[in-house]
Each structure stands twice: as C-alpha cells, then as structure tokens.
Design a protein around this ligand. Structure first.
Ligand SMILES: Nc1ncnc2c1ncn2[C@@H]1O[C@H](COP(=O)(O)OP(=O)(O)OP(=O)(O)O)[C@@H](O)[C@H]1O
Ligand SMILES: [Mg+2]
Ligand SMILES: [Zn+2]
Length: 511
C-alpha cells in the first residue's frame, strides 16, 4: 500500500514542501530503499527508522519498502525525514491511521525512538501557515520555535511512541499554547556598561551614532586604550529588533540550529565576534551544502572583528561585496544560494603591529616594511565602506580615577533611549520600503527624497568632496551618517552642523 506524507526541505533560507511517498509491497524480496536525491544522512534513515520502530514495540514489515522523496531534483539533507518516513511505513503497513487531514511531520529519530533537536522548525511553521497546513508534529526540543506562528497547531513530540499513540487514539498529544511575543523576555548579554568606561567621550558619541543608524565603525588606537572594552559595551545601547527584523533573524538562527532547545523567537540584536583566525567559509558562509557564515549570523546586528588587520587577505576581500549588497551569494554545483547579511561592522585595530605608532609616550618598534604591510591591508576599498573612523587615544586612567567624582559618565540605558528614539524616526521613515529599517540600509536612490539637506549643508558637503577628493561611495555614506546625526537631533532636515560632525569621522585632520 502507498502512503503520502508531507514534510519540509530547507534550501538556503527557504523552506519547501516535500512529499514523502512510502510504498510497502508484501510481494517481492524484503528490502528498504530511499530514492529522490537523498544525501548520506537521509540514506542512513533506514537504520534509524527500522530500529526506532522496533524499539517502539511496533512491527517493521518484512516487505519491499520504497521511499521516494519528491520533488526528486531538490537536494535533501539532514536526518529530519526520519519521522515522516517512519509514519509512512506504519501507515502503509496498516499499523496506524493518519486520516485525511494535511499535516507535516519533521524530526530525527534516535535508535530508541526519541526525537532529537533539529534545524529549521521555525521556517517549517511559517511554510505550514502559508500552505494552509493546520497541524505540525515536531521534536519537543524545538517546538517553541514554531509556537510563535499563528494559526497552526504545534504538536511537540518526545518520541515515536507518542505519535503512534496519538494516531491510534490511545493518548492524544496536547498542542502547545501559542507563545505571545510580548511574553518573550529580552535578556541582554552586556559585558560592560558605558558608565564604566572613563573618558573617551568622542568614541562614545560615535558609537551612539553608529548604533542609532546601523553604521560601520572602525576604532584605531594603541594597546590598552579601551577599543575592545568600547566594542563590548556596544550591545547595551543597541535598539531592540523590530517584529519584522526579529522574524528575519529567527529564520537564520533556526536554519543554522542556533536557537537553544526550548527557546523560540530571537529578540535580541545579534552581536557576533568571530576571531580573526576564523576561516573564510566560517566568516562568509559556504561549503558543499552551503551554510551561512558569521556575516549572516550578524544580520540586523553587529559583526565585531577585533585585531581587524590580522584577518587573512582572502577574508578581507570576501567581505567587500556582501558589505555593499547586504546579501551574499554562494555558488555551488546546483545553482547558488543567497543569504542576507545586513550587519553593522565594528572593527578594531592598532595603528601598527607593535601598536605605538604615533604614540606620545612609547616609541614604535616596527620597521617601515612592517608598517607599510600592515597599513596596506587597511587601505582602499574596505575602509571606504566604513562610515565612522575613530581614533581612540590612550587615556590616563589614573588621572581619570582621581577625578572620578567630577566625571559625569552616562549609563548605557540613557544612551540607549536616544538610540531607540532615533530608530523609531527611521522606522516611520522607511515604513513603505521593504527590507530597509535603518539609515545605513538606505539605497542611494532613496537619499534624494529621504535625506534632504538644507542649502548650507549642501554647500559644506560639496566643498568637502572637492577638498578631500572623496569617492562617490564616501559621498553617499556621509549623507547617511548625517541623516542619523540629524535624527538624534530630532531634525527633519539635515543641517550643516550634522554634515560637519559626519565629516569629522571621515577625514583625518592632517589631510
Ligand atoms: N577608558 C577606560 N576606562 C576604564 N578602563 C579602561 C579604559 N580604557 C582601558 N581600560 C582598561 O584597560 C583594559 C584594556 O582595555 P582594552 O582591552 O579595551 O584595550 P584595547 O584598546 O582593546 O587594547 P589592545 O589593542 O591591546 O587590544 C580594560 O579591560 C580596562 O580595564
Ligand atoms: Mg583589544
Ligand atoms: Zn609599531
């Protein structure tokens, strides 16, 4: 007898419905084959499914079993077809009755029939809603991911025995209650509060602007000046993810298996800090079955790279296109996969390998070649894509400590309020533009209408372009940063003082 079970395959960040056809034929030599562009992990489903069925006190039919995963041209990977295959076999051999209703089954079985955590359940739930599938059966460990999606019933499954009992009418599984997004707590992983950082007021101001508009930042300074500390304090002033952003991020975290068991939607703006030795694939994404890299995991959040010039040349090069486009295309044998990567880059570096070039107290120990080599990595196209260039001087902490009482240091919470207010202005501004949430996301074509400068501001900008010989890219990026500074100032039109501040972060004074 032939049974058709519905399940879902993931391709990049897309979920697609697949049909798992199971035929159990009493005639013929007993065998168990899976066809339909199945990967090795899917092939191995045979052993897992067979053992799990037997260990769930059911009969594994001694017959010719054929499983076809359709459409056949769609590559299928992972072990999540175990559950649909098992259900198909049990139904085809008349051990359970699945009825007429359309449902999705998804999950990897262990040998004792327990369902394991698997990737992509959030995407499956969204697809179910789109396709009008009312019920889904998924591993309990990742069921919360699905329970935020409205209009579907999510059945959390611990083991195969439970699903069998459910369809035999012996003991029904209770669907999960829908998780309201308001119930989800925001828990921020903040390592430092801005008030703990003494001095560095201009760096703090620049990070506030960056957080408010989603702009890229480069921090340069001698060892111990607090670059790492400032960057690590940044998550504390980032605005929360909007509803729409949160869905985008959750898809990525679901497909990469980065949602902790029992958790649901991602509410926190990502903050990724890969080490500079991370491989190019780890950073950008790739592999034979393409996986998103750090830049995609940082989508709608921050990608912090400390010791930036230590990145390999390959990685630096590979960052360029995605930084410009906001997405990355990874080609593979069968076409290419695209992942979003609209992140805010925060890069930190010393001015030279030893770190003391230009320092007033310590002498630089590097030779000319070392310095040239180091700075070559920091020049050109990659730096052109960074909107805010900051010099972080070493502060005399002892001096600051003595005067501590006199220093008004603002708490992250206070700064964050201004950032959130500026983001709200941006949210209203971009309401009708899909995929644009912050000033940094704006395309150049939007600038004319959405980032208007007054006459004086225009003149100042033109003068600067001529005087400093700025590239077209820099010109557009300057307008975006000016737009954010104006938003923090609650000014609808960009004034010359806003442009002047944006210019400070772009042109060195000695130029
Ligand atoms: N402005 C500051 N206020 C308070 N503490 C500071 C400040 N700057 C530096 N420190 C202290 O110095 C330590 C070193 O700072 P941090 O690691 O951020 O420096 P860095 O610029 O990243 O140096 P490196 O170039 O060596 O990586 C911090 O952990 C902190 O304790
Ligand atoms: Mg550091
Ligand atoms: Zn040096």
């Amino acid at each position: 007898m032939l049974t058709k079970i519905l399940s879902v395959a993931n391709l990049g960040l897309q979920a697609l419905e697949i049909e798992c056809e199971v035929n159990v034929a009493a005639k013929g030599f007993p065998a168990f084959t899976i066809v339909g562009l199945a990967s090795k992990a899917v092939e191995e489903a045979r052993e897992r499914v067979k053992t799990a069925i037997i260990n769930s006190d059911m009969e594994f039919p001694l017959a010719k079993i054929t499983v076809n995963l359709a459409p056949a041209d769609l590559p299928k990977d992972g072990a999540c077809y175990d559950l649909p295959i098992a259900m198909g076999i049990l139904s085809s051999s008349n051990q359970i009755d699945l009825g007429e209703e359309k449902v999705y089954f998804f999950g990897e079985l262990s040998l004792d029939g327990t369902l394991r955590h698997c990737r992509g359940v959030f995407l499956l739930a969204i697809l179910a809603k789109e396709k009008g599938v009312k019920k889904i059966f998924v591993p309990r460990l990742c069921a919360n991911e699905a329970a935020v999606v409205e209009g579907i019933e999510v059945f959390p499954v611990d083991n195969l025995k439970e699903v069998i009992a459910h369809f035999r009418g012996e003991k029904k599984i209770r669907p999960l209650k829908k998780i309201e997004s308001e119930e989800l707590l925001e828990n921020m992983r903040v390592q430092f509060d801005f008030s703990e950082i003494l001095g560095q007021n201009s760096a703090k101001r620049a990070l506030e602007i960056a957080a408010a508009g989603g702009h890229n930042v480069f921090l340069m300074g001698p060892p111990g000046s607090g670059k790492t500390m400032l960057s690590r304090a940044l998550p504390g002033i980032l605005p929360p993810l909007s509803e729409a952003e949160s869905l985008e991020v959750t898809k990525i975290y679901s497909i990469t298996g980065n949602i902790a068991p029992g958790s649901s939607i991602i509410r926190e703006r990502p903050f990724r800090s890969p080490h500079h030795t991370t491989s190019q694939i780890g950073l950008i994404g790739g592999g034979s079955n393409p996986r998103p890299g750090e830049i995609t995991l940082a989508h709608r959040g921050v990608l912090f790279i400390d010791e930036f010039p230590e990145l390999s040349r390959g990685s630096l090069e590979a960052l360029r296109q995605p930084m410009e486009d906001g997405y990355v295309s990874i080609s593979r044998a069968a076409g290419s996969v695209t992942f979003p990567c609209q992140f805010m880059l925060v890069a930190a570096a010393n001015p030279c390998p030893c770190g003391f070039l230009g320092d007033s107290k310590k002498e630089c120990r590097c030779n000319v070649h070392q310095i040239a080599n180091y700075q070559k990595k920091l020049s050109g196209p990659i730096m052109d894509r960074i909107d805010i260039h900051l010099t972080v001087p070493a502060v005399d902490v002892n001096q600051l400590m003595i005067n501590k009482e006199n220093i008004k240091s603002e708490k992250s919470e206070e700064i964050r309020k201004r950032v959130v207010a500026a983001r709200e202005i941006q949210r209203q501004r971009f309401l009708k533009i899909e995929g644009v949430y912050s000033n940094a996301d704006m395309k150049n074509k939007h600038l004319k209408e959405l980032a208007k400068l007054d006459d004086k501001a225009n003149i100042l900008l033109k003068m600067a372009v001529n005087k400093f010989n700025l590239s077209a890219r820099t010109y557009f990026r300057l307008i975006k940063v000016s737009r954010t500074i104006a938003d923090l100032d609650n000014s609808e039109i960009i004034l010359d003082k806003h442009v002047a501040e944006a210019l400070q972060y772009r042109v060195k004074h000695e130029d």
